[in-house]
Ligand binder design. Sequence first.
Ligand SMILES: *Cc1c(COP(=O)(O)O)cnc(C)c1O
Length: 370
Amino acid sequence: MNAPHRETVCVEAGGHRTAGEPVSPAVHLSTTYHHGGDYEYIREASPTIEAFERVLGSLEGGHAVAFSSGMAASAAVLDGLACGARVLAPTVGYKGVRNLLAERASLGALEVSHVDQTDTEATVAAIGDAELVWAETPNNPLVGISDLAAIADAAHARGARLAVDATLATPLLQRSLELGADFVVHSATKYLAGHSDSLLGVVVTADEAGARTLAERRAMTGAVPGPFEVFLGLRGIRTLALRVERSQENAGELARRLAEHPAVLRVRYPGLEEDPGHELAAGQMSGFGGMLGFEVAAGAEAAEAVCAGVTRIANATSLGGVESLIERRGRYPEEQGSVPANLIRFSVGCEHVDDLWADLEQALDAAAGA
Ligand SMILES: *Cc1c(COP(=O)(O)O)cnc(C)c1O
């Protein structure tokens, strides 16, 4: 039989085809194993975690190592750098990773420089002696797109490696390792688990020895995911393709409607032809995803009023769940420099698109009229 499509890999996630074995994945809670077999202690390896890693490895085309969160996964990649190594990071990206890099820099552990990674020429020029380029595409919260293949080529030519946070893309919409990334990181808390109920992360790399090193580091630092979280991750992945398809269909439609609403100054969604990331995204992704940003014309206060005014969409942080979430990112001090104050980040869920629009429209009309 041919290798299955990734949609099929998702549906079969963690299941067995052996007579007498369960069809759905089992949750192994035991922290210790009888001596003499394949497993010893849960911090090193366990069958539930390995089932999750096999699925992610298969979806990304590499070797996956699961972590207790997206941040733990990100930190594990950075922990592989020698003291004082330079990291080239994006000016716009997830604030947790920005904070982590800033702390490492303040301790003298890493040297960190930033560049607008939606500008390929500037990014290539800034690589210099960096040991690692940290990319995030699409980026959070502006949904900007970086040219992964071009950045990977330039990084490799200078002896640097490329790590990509592909949380917003999911493994279904972007083949990060094929585009040249050495590491792809996901906050599996988001689309992979998909129901806003489990904290989980993963790193995938094409290099098997590199994956072993990451797993050894995970055993040393203890950043191991719990079996229930991993089970929820496997459960979530079974419907990943359906959820991603529905949320990006909704996002495309809402982006178009928002772009025509008089209370909206600008919509950021790579699926819109006029979006600066459109061409790049069309080339390197197989869909534009379910995240968008929009700027409220009347300013930051009006944007807060829109967030407070929705009654079906939740005014809450995070993304990638079945339910729609909006948030004004400028409420975080760390994002005030890089994100417009009137920007609302919108994680579009799987509800009926007309219900989402009705909710948004009443909140926008009320904010515009106020
Ligand atoms: C949420 C998020 C993270 C952090 O993941 P956690 O699972 O919350 O630790 C990292 N990167 C991106 C893009 C995210 O959205």
